[in-house]
Design a protein around this ligand. Sequence first.
Ligand SMILES: C[S@@+](CC[C@H](N)C(=O)[O-])C[C@H]1O[C@@H](n2cnc3c(N)ncnc32)[C@H](O)[C@@H]1O
Length: 255
Amino acid sequence: MNYNIIIVYAASPDASGLAQGIARKLQLPFTDIAADTQSFQLVLKADGQKLSLLHNDMELYGDFTAMCRRLKPENLRSEFLVKAAKNARIGSSSLAVDATAGLGEDSILLAASGYRVLLFEHDPIISLLLSDALRRASDVPELSDIISRMKLVEDDSISGLKNLSETPDIVYLDPMFPQRQKSGLIKKKLQILQLLETPCSNESDLMNAALSAKPKRIIVKRPLKGPLLSGVKPTYSIKGKAIRYDCIVLPENNS
Ligand SMILES: C[S@@+](CC[C@H](N)C(=O)[O-])C[C@H]1O[C@@H](n2cnc3c(N)ncnc32)[C@H](O)[C@@H]1O
């Protein structure tokens, strides 16, 4: 991504230390003056409560509290991703690897359904937003137990999947969809994410890394009519209105 379009902004004095530390680490400009942010396309804002990414009139931040209703057991059952993941027997030690974590909304569905989830996110800004959302959610009584099963690694999953210390039950892949949709048609959240991320160009490396981890299944999120990821045919698919989950079931001792 083009880091020249981003500035780190401390919107309150108590956020200044954190914001300056982020700016130093990512070698981005820093300001605590609102007017300085105007010539930048993206503003990474720390306000003492949370980290968020601003673009025009849009604000993006991770917010797991908004998902509390979806995470209740009676609602969780109807989530397509949970259905796609449920056939593997979930024990307290079952491990799912989310190789494309983003803001972790899919990961938390897996964690709420009982998996320990290892989240890989390679973009440092998205990883910061996710880490901040996890930190805030860990203080929410309804979420703390679920969050305790989620571990974020800021790294590329293509190498990470090849160096896991244990064999995962599931590897979940949700790279940016291949065709960009018209901006009016997609969620605000995705419009901002698309400024940071280009559609996945290393699909086959991602799929090969997932296969090399030898999970029981790989689950791939795709647009309903989108092409297969790296041409790998699923064992079956679970289809929603706009989204499809391709489930690739692998033999137990695949080598
Ligand atoms: C479409 S978003 C995923 C959204 C996510 N499923 C959610 O629920 O929020 C794809 C994310 O995967 C990340 N990503 C893509 N390729 C990756 C890789 N090889 N390793 C780690 N992260 C990757 C991107 O930076 C982006 O944040």
